[in-house]
Design a protein around this ligand. Structure first.
Ligand code: ATP
Length: 240
């Protein structure tokens, strides 16, 4: 059984359908790159998994049907979402943002577990420890993206959906962030679905790649099969 099993998933904004019968499987412990041009439907697919957009079709997580569940329930079941644009609270301190990520773990028993996870986050991202009392607004783009990922991790998700993490980052910063994401998979026993326009960066860390074009899956296979990044670019990324 795959951790995430999607069959015939459709999503719409009002009367406009933007995902057309998408099938997708994500194996536990894998990193799957979701590639495609601007407007292909990558963000919408992540939102559909989180139940944040009008959907139909089958979506199962760890054997559970997500149909009819709220976004909050889906998060509690173990799906973390790092939205495009990061969604951190810029007036709050770095550590306040991280603690907000852990807010669903409210029981007294989980308090020490949260502290342990916070220490683990600070080991992984030392810059967040250094800036923990500063407002999130003071972080650079790369640091803010680390904070967004770290905040999602504090809810202890099994599946992390990351939307366009390289957006607005300098190439070296983006590469560093992707290497850290790859490391997190092992350290946090994560499964990652990564929506990215930057095929080269994501194929370097992904096990599998799924290519979306105009709301349909046009390729699904081992990331090595998509070695000719230039061809992908010409066919799907450049051409839309
Ligand atoms: P991007 O990299 O630009 O975010 P994407 O592959 O993530 O691209 P989506 O953002 O999922 O693509 O957009 C898919 C389609 O849905 C596009 O045609 C877009 O214009 C449309 N769309 C996205 N969000 C909304 C919305 N809130 N209301 C109406 N249409 C939307």
């Amino acid at each position: 059984m795959s951790l995430l099993e999607i069959e015939g998933l459709r999503a719409r904004y009002g009367r406009v359908e933007v995902l057309h019968a998408v099938d997708l499987r994500v194996e536990e412990g894998s990193i799957v790159a979701l590639l495609g041009a601007n407007g292909a439907g990558k963000s919408t697919l992540l939102r559909a998994i989180c139940r944040a957009v009008d959907t139909s079709g089958s979506c199962r997580f760890a054997g559970m049907d997500l149909d009819g569940r709220s976004t909050a329930t889906v998060a509690r079941l173990g799906i973390g979402h790092v939205p495009e644009g990061r969604g951190t609270f810029t007036d709050f301190s770095v550590e306040e943002n991280l603690r907000i990520g852990a807010i669903s773990r409210t029981s007294f028993r989980s308090r020490s577990a949260v502290q342990t996870d916070l220490d683990l986050i600070y080991e992984t991202f030392p810059v967040l420890r250094e800036f923990r009392r500063r407002p999130a607004a003071a972080l650079s783009g790369g640091q803010a993206q680390m904070l967004a990922v770290a905040r999602a991790l504090l809810a202890r998700p099994r599946l992390l959906l990351v939307d366009e993490p390289s957006l607005g980052l300098a190439p070296l910063t983006a590469r560093d962030l992707f290497e850290r994401l790859s490391g997190l998979r092992d350290a946090w026993e994560l499964t990652i679905l990564l929506a990215e326009q930057n095929a080269k960066l994501s194929l370097a860390i992904a096990d599998r790649a799924v290519l979306l074009s105009r709301g349909r899956v046009v390729h699904d296979g081992p990331s090595g099969d998509l070695a000719t990044v230039d061809a992908i670019h010409a066919d799907y990324l450049g051409g839309g």
